[in-house]
Design a protein around this ligand. Structure first.
Ligand code: URA
Length: 264
């Protein structure tokens, strides 16, 4: 008889590879966090501690597969895994990093968001939609729906992101033309963009892709040092909330201004 090599069970490997967001099927910790039962880390802890049951059996593996018909309970209480797509518009202050891990203790956007969220919204697992540099301010979206992350960050969606940069020299027509046409960076030529001067030393740039440090590298390529950078808009959603605050977008805004069909 052939023995299977020791290692993770096949279903666990399959669950880890499953495409995020496929209708009902998912794994337990993720389903609990996107439905707003417990954020991901707390969901994983609760599962490990034996506080979660699926169809009447206690499970201790966060990647246990679940679907729309699974009966899930936490601490003996039935919970619903049904979820709707939620999107938060957060005004990121300078100084916060967009990573989940923060070994240097600088402070993350997740900490910043948690400080202003009411209890009900703290129970969701929030994903930052793309990244902003530590010193960049402005609009950062968060969502509980991985499909929205994929939509908003994929270059194939062409979702426009509008930035304004204060720069270290006067902005010339040649610079603007070059930025519009596309500049050659180490990772390839940038797409056509919209660029205009707002003042002698301020540039507005609208991109439909989002590469690492893209705005700063594009400005550098035309001889402009970035002194400060702010993201004003994503799609047609503008950064209207006060610094460090958030607001939740309606399903109509998600569909009409971010061109995504939310799960309702
Ligand atoms: N481009 C950058 O260079 N930095 C950001 O934070 C966002 C876009």
């Amino acid at each position: 008889m052939t023995r299977r090599a020791k290692g993770p069970p096949k279903w666990l490997e399959a669950a880890k590879k499953r495409t995020p967001g496929s209708a009902g099927d998912s794994w337990l910790s993720r389903s609990l966090s996107r439905a707003g039962v417990l954020p991901l880390q707390r969901a994983e802890d609760a599962i490990r501690e034996g506080r979660v049951a699926v169809d009447g059996r206690v499970v201790t593996e966060a990647f246990t597969p679940v679907n729309a018909s699974s009966r899930v309970s936490l601490d003996g209480q039935l919970v619903s895994l049904a979820f709707t797509s939620r999107v938060l518009a957060f005004h990121k202050p300078a100084g916060l990093v967009t990573h989940g891990s923060d070994p240097e203790g600088i402070g993350t956007v997740f900490d910043g968001l948690a400080r202003v969220l009411p209890e009900g919204l703290q129970r969701f697992g929030w994903h930052a939609v793309g990244r902003l540099d530590r010193d960049t301010t402005g609009l950062l979206l968060f969502t509980n729906d991985e499909r929205f992350v994929a939509h908003a960050t994929s270059p194939t969606t062409h979702l426009p992101k509008r930035y304004v940069a204060k720069v270290g020299a006067d902005v010339t027509e040649w610079m603007l033309k070059t930025l519009r046409a596309g500049v050659d960076l180490e990772d390839g030529r940038t797409r056509e963009a919209s660029a205009q001067a707002r003042g002698e030393r301020e540039v507005e740039l609208t991109l439909t892709e989002g590469r690492y440090h893209q705005v700063k590298r594009m400005l550098q390529a035309v001889g402009l040092a970035t002194l400060s950078l702010h993201r004003e808009a994503i799609g047609e959603v503008t950064c209207e909330v006060a610094l460090g605050e958030y607001r939740e977008l309606s399903a109509e805004e998600i569909a009409g201004q971010l061109y995504f069909t939310p799960r309702s």
